[in-house]
Design a protein around this ligand. Structure first.
Ligand code: HEC
Length: 118
């Protein structure tokens, strides 16, 4: 087999391909951005009410955000919760981040990407 003359490089290329297959290009950085937004006290501020792995000083007004991908495989549903949870629960304490323009749709999408890593 001489198709791959330089073995370490071809292994690296394979690793990249494998990585790309698992996480589509861009999804990783969107999730990183979403994590920042979620933890930012001036933006998502999700930690005020939710325990999230890796977040400091969380509040417990809302449920811990975990196993999200398993519990909400449909990202539209997650988007809707963050956009305006009052649609599901008119009594909720959770601010309607989208309706009140606290977060843009793009920012909510990034947070959804992050939540799906939990
Ligand atoms: C002021 C408190 C508050 C803030 C801030 C808040 N939430 Fe919530 N959240 C809640 C409460 C309370 C619930 C429980 C469901 C309800 O009230 O309808 C909830 C429910 C959820 C759920 C559904 C959880 C489940 O287990 O089914 C998700 C997902 C969620 N919040 C995400 C977020 C994200 C992401 C942010 C930040 C952008 C955020 N929340 C900010 C209070 C809050």
């Amino acid at each position: 087999m001489t198709a791959f003359p330089c073995k370490p490089a071809s292994l690296a290329a394979l690793a990249l391909l494998a990585g790309a297959a698992i996480a589509p290009a861009g999804a990783q950085s969107a999730a990183t951005e979403g994590r920042k937004l979620a933890f930012d006290r001036g933006k998502g501020n999700c930690l005020t009410c939710h325990v999230i792995k890796g977040g400091d000083l969380p509040g417990t007004i809302g449920p811990e955000l975990k196993d999200i991908k398993a519990r909400y495989p449909d990202r539209d549903e997650l988007f809707a919760i963050i956009f305006d949870e009052t649609k599901r629960n008119p009594q909720t304490m959770m601010p309607p981040f989208g309706r009140n323009r606290i977060l843009t749709e793009q920012e909510i999408n990034a947070i959804v990407d992050f939540l799906q890593t939990l």
